[in-house]
Design a protein around this ligand. Structure first.
Ligand code: BTN
Length: 328
């Protein structure tokens, strides 16, 4: 958003009554048609702006969409989310954030969309992203760390989301399922997809993509036995801008701490306390093999610790974990 568009937005947000086109022309030294153009850009970004002949413009209320001004009302971060881009529809917010990162966009830039037409999940899966109900957003990080530490970010983000959800939906059984899912009453409500561009000793950037099922009222037959939404579990609608800001507010201090530490030790007790897999018999599917064992915890490096049949600990760095129905 350019400076004039942002200025007009600020003026409209601060005013309780109509502001005439003439006043905006004067304040920003632009023509009436330029005012109209900037108002159009703001509407494209999701702001509800009313225009009445003879009176001017005013904010018509809150859209409830994850737009900059509405997320900003709840944001308590230093830099995360201060550069904020909203799209009514995107193929994938991860894709947009990646392109922006390649063009040099700063750390902390957030891209949010009201709908995705090609939302991506882990393991090449798609992420169902219908309009108007959920959160789909991605942010750019530029940690000055070797790439081996980057997979730890997924768990760090999961911890931040867990903290935000516990605040928004107290009382629900909210669990972190290693390494990237959040479950609500045993069904998936959120997934995290981290993608990075790096060399072995140098991380250029990481894109953290988050999808949260917020107010979706139903799922397709293929998804309904494993997916849920906050609204379905709590019976009430959740304010999407507030929840998005909550995730960023919780993540920023964790991220700062992680940058100053060697590993995830400082957050492991939290992750273990809220782990869905604790003490369960699991099978972890990797590309070429499946590893089985009983979950004994999470290592400082973020690996899932399993006790194998011989009782020896196994450190699993990646994969998709399933609770085993059959006993070993
Ligand atoms: C998963 O559990 O498989 C991860 C899902 C991640 C989905 C989010 S939605 C916002 C961002 N854009 C994408 O295309 N994917 C992530």
């Amino acid at each position: 958003m350019n400076e004039v568009t942002a200025g007009i937005l600020d003026t409209l947000c601060r005013s309780v009554s109509f502001i005439s086109g003439e006043e905006l022309c004067r304040e920003f030294s632009i023509t009436r048609s330029a005012v109209w153009k900037h108002v159009g850009l703001l509407r494209d970004e999701g702001y509800l702006i009313e225009a009445v002949t003879g009176r001017g413009y005013r904010m018509a209320g809150l859209s409830g969409k994850p737009v900059r001004a509405e997320v900003g009302m709840f944001l308590e971060t230093g830099s995360l989310g201060r550069n904020f881009i909203f799209r009514h529809e995107a193929v994938s917010t991860n894709q947009i954030a990646k392109a922006l990162a390649q063009e040099g966009a700063p750390e902390g830039t957030v891209v949010a969309a009201d709908a995705q037409t090609g939302g991506r999940g882990r393991m090449g899966r798609s992420w169902s992203s219908p309009p108007g109900v959920n959160l789909y957003f991605s942010f750019i990080l530029r940690p000055e760390l070797p790439s081996v530490r980057i997979p730890q970010l997924t768990l760090l983000v999961a911890a931040a989301i867990h903290r935000a959800l516990v605040r928004h939906v107290p009382g629900a059984r909210t669990k972190v399922k290693w390494p990237n899912d959040i479950l609500l009453n045993d069904r998936k409500v959120c997934g995290v997809l981290c993608e990075m561009q790096s060399e072995p000793d140098l991380t250029h950037f990481v894109i953290v993509g988050v999808g949260i099922n917020v107010n979706q009222s139903g799922f397709s037959p293929e998804l309904q036995h494993m997916a849920t939404s906050l609204a379905l579990e709590t019976g009430g609608a959740v304010c999407r801008p507030e929840l998005l800001a909550g995730v960023l507010n919780h993540f920023e201090p964790l991220y700062r701490e992680w940058l100053s530490k060697d590993d995830l030790s400082f957050i492991v007790p939290y992750l273990e306390e809220h782990s869905y897999l604790n003490a369960r018999e699991v099978a972890v599917d990797q590309h070429r093999q499946t590893i089985r064992g009983k979950v004994a915890g999470i290592a400082p490096g973020g690996e899932l610790i399993l006790l194998g049949a011989d009782g020896r600990p196994l450190f699993v760095a990646s994969g998709e974990a399933h609770i085993r129905k059959e006993q070993p």
